[in-house]
Write a protein that binds this ligand. Sequence first.
Ligand code: SAM
Length: 378
Amino acid sequence: MPALKGAGLASRRVAADVLARVEQGAWANAALDAALARTTLSGPDRALATALVFGTLRRQRACDWLVDEALRREVELPVRIALRLGAYQLVFLGQPAYAAVSTAVATAPRRAAGLVNAVLRRIAAADERSWPSPAVELSYPDWIVERLFEDLGEPDALGALGAMNEPGAAAIGAGGTHQDLASQWVAAAVPHPAGGIVVDLCAAPGGKAVAVGAGPSLVAAVERRPGRARRLARRVRRDDGALAVLVADGRFPPLRPGFADCVLVDAPCSGLGALRRRPDARWRLDPGAPARLSQLQRELLEGSVGLLRPGGTLVYSVCTLTRVETEGVDAWIADRFPSLRPLPRLGPPWQQRGRGEILLPQTAGTDGMFLLRVALPG
Ligand SMILES: C[S@@+](CC[C@H](N)C(=O)[O-])C[C@H]1O[C@@H](n2cnc3c(N)ncnc32)[C@H](O)[C@@H]1O
């Protein structure tokens, strides 16, 4: 059995171990980094372990449904994980049955080898599947599918949900770190006049602050969480330009009013546009998150407008797609601060949403993002 030889099996063992840790509450990205740091796997085997962890987590609900159709009883967690991994390889990676089944059997507890073998062979033998719902087939919680159907319309929602099941392309942003293209476009849309002052009210991990700081403005990077602020401060090097990190609550910025040329509110959000990069996030979010976060977004915006000088620009962005965090916030700003006037939109691949614009994850292979730019009269 060639698939059992060499490190292919080691990659699958690492994947099974990480999936077990995620079940115990660990974040996938952190658990994977920690597990890979402990191994001597080669580059391609690390990539395989990563693809298996992220892919199986994204498709977890679909994999569990496939398993449950073939095995109508509960099994202990290590067996469930071996079955999920096997089902993912069979159905979503299209691996040959002998390879997927034999490696799943080898990663399962020995006493469950017969059961894992039988269940996966049953899954492999099925020639057609009638998924009970798009949420099961696309492997999302019901509420996320329902919310995006309602907020984006069914075709765009299906496109977005499908796109976020694919691995993201790694893009290199300012400072040589990984940053999604959509985030780079948002940073590029932040006005930063020579000698001007830009306040970033939600700055860590700092992709946008560092990108803007490379230009001719001074950036005040505000972050509420000290650990995150410290990591951002460490990331700032002399050649990143003028950037000062402040630990503070952006709702009550300790800065002089009326002096900023631009305030960026890249707010905490439900992240429903960035699920590609956070494969386990969909299972952790609760349905109340978008409404709860939109309240925080408004409070941050409330604190931001007073910082602007006449003619200054407010930039609001979130990596999510729900109406309450995008158009809903735009409508609230229009009502609360009628003197703020919209700046010209960026245009394609962005699409108009209210006075701002949205970038769907399927349009340009980026994260999904919402951007609004409004300015005070000069
Ligand atoms: C979406 S992230 C920002 C990403 C960042 N702008 C970038 O480009 O890398 C939101 C950040 O806001 C921080 N945050 C949350 N509540 C805050 C508050 N009240 N004041 C300031 N920062 C806050 C979070 O800790 C998180 O680091």
